[in-house]
Design a protein around this ligand. Sequence first.
Ligand code: ADP
Ligand code: MG
Length: 708
Amino acid sequence: MRNPQLTVSLTPLIADLHTRLSALGIIDNRALGALDAAGFTDVESLLLWYPRRYEDRRQFSGFPTGPCDEAVCLLARVEDCEIKHVGPQRRYFEATMMPLDPGPLDQPIGCRWFNMPYMSKVFAADQEVVLYGKPKWSGHRLVIDHPDYEIVEDGDSMEADIHLRRIVPVYRLKEGLPQKVIRSATFRVLDQLDPKTLPDLLRKPAEGSPFVGMSRYGAMRAIHFPDSIEERKLARDYLALEEFFGLQLNLLRRKNAYAAQSGMRHCGEGKLLAKFQELLPFALTKAQLRAIGEVRAGLESDTPMNRLLQGDVGSGKTFVAMAAALLVVEAGFQVAIMAPTQILAEQHYLVFQKHLEPLGIRLRLHTGSRKEDGNMPLFDGSNIGAEPQIIIGTHALLYDDSQLSNLGLAVIDEQHKFGVSQRSRLINKGVTPDVLVMTATPIPRTLTMTVYGDLEVSVLDELPAGRGKIVTAVRQEPDPKKVAAFLKQHLGEGRQAYMVYPLVEESEKLADVRAVTREFEEWSERLAPLKCGILHGRMSGDEKDAVMARFRSQEVKVLVSTTVIEVGVDVPNANIMIIYHADRFGLAQLHQLRGRIGRGEHDSYCVLVCDGKNPEAIEKLKVLEATRDGFRIAEADLRLRGPGELLGTAQSGVAGLRLGDLVADARLVKLSRDLASEVLEMDPTLDSPEYRHLRVLLDARSDGVELS
Ligand code: ADP
Ligand code: MG
């Protein structure tokens, strides 16, 4: 039953969510000033500021007689106030609290505030207060340090009804805004709100749904002023579902819009593909074959393909891309392969060259930083003149219109470093090519649905056979002499190694570069006469190429580097990786790094070095000792760090979620997906009277997924 005090007003005043609070005439001027200063200017800003927690003030807890594990909510009377001195400099303020009607067993609780001398002006004897906090022993006395508090004022009975005898919302506070002011304003706004200002986004819940009887308006009231804990939870879920629904509707619309563009069939018969498979030194895995089949179906269809290829590091995504490229080339179209860094583009170029040039395919490497005047060490000049069939490059490809006149397929490698807007830039080049996005980030299913909800998904869930195993070990500050001996033994057998130091890729500071340079010099000395190379983000493209070339040719045995090697580097002969300050990396990133080894037939060794000061960090790193399964690691990472970290904030596309939690709400995400596709099936353009309001709302959304 609805709380009797929060009624549906008979003559609602508020008919527009953007009505300014100052125009309502139901909030006094002092409160308006405080709200305005905290950024609450219109009705909507208040409604969307959801409570952080709730206090059940229908029935206060009895006064505790001992410490409590959880915070309690008490109604009390101030018995006494005092500033207490502990030592010459330190003081604190203490207010002694008693129940309103003390019984014989009740004992006082001291509420203490340290370093807040002005608290003595807040409290006075005999005030009634609501307290929220965790009582504990201090000597023989029961105390609560820094409780949340609210002073109960008599007078206005509407005010008392708002703050007492109900489940009371507690808001995250912005500077200078008292809890009671925002609560009271929100209550008054809800009280005067015309239900029509909050039309339902979701269709009427079907019989049997937990949300039967829910409306957006009702949920909004209930999330602020619930009648019960259960009602609050339902309202929260309903509003979260609505948020996901908005996201999914946007994603699905984008997906449909892409599919509705006129596409072309970009698929040859497959003769080149058969030849390619014949020449490969290995058989493609079942997973690779399945993915190639799925891609092929996309290329053959005359609606544009927009597909995500998800596969753990080392699962062989590049070969799926090559197969796709061959099908497209055979049909007479060009293919663009885009990598996030120059090193990767050049490596792809080498791999493509090795496998595709024997088939007579014309390749071109295109990078942003250098011209094709012979300066590019890896560029094969013999192709100048002839139109390339496959162009490999970085993002720079997107900004060079002359290159992609006949584009049939765009392959985008390592999507998590590649923005959605860059992806659509390619699509908007006037043609509608098929798109294949490849990512090595094993994203749990619910996140895929949200982040890549506009893509079809293929998964490589199998590593090629014949790989040596990877032994991973967490070590605390190992002796460099022992490390050197270990390295020398394996390097002596012909292997190679990576030494990784954690520097922030995008903003490698000079101090970091100096640190890695010093490490490089020390390892060069320790390992002499074996050669070390250095790689960091401050080096020029040419310098990086030169080092990578020497590492690939095995002249350089040890690569001392920052995380620039993280993505995609493929040197199967390297089987050792030592990662310093491993605790500063996330698990997913460590997994990516480790994926650089274990690519050849030899067993590999990954050593995660940390200082051991933080037992939690060691616990975390041990996840990597236990498994090589990217999905399990991603899930552990997700639990430890949240989706933003895993995906990178720019990629998470979830800025619009105030309530929704992509991990905890997996069920709601799925449900929202179904609801969104139901609606779009009924009305793909959202033009009908029934759904037009959805389009208006979505078009106005600035907080949804990035659509450009
Ligand atoms: P990813 O890009 O998914 O990390 P790559 O395509 O770079 O993986 O392949 C990783 C390594 O595995 C490469 O050295 C490649 O030659 C090898 N490889 C790929 N597919 C197979 C296969 N089916 N059998 C054996 N080795 C393979
Ligand atoms: Mg790769």
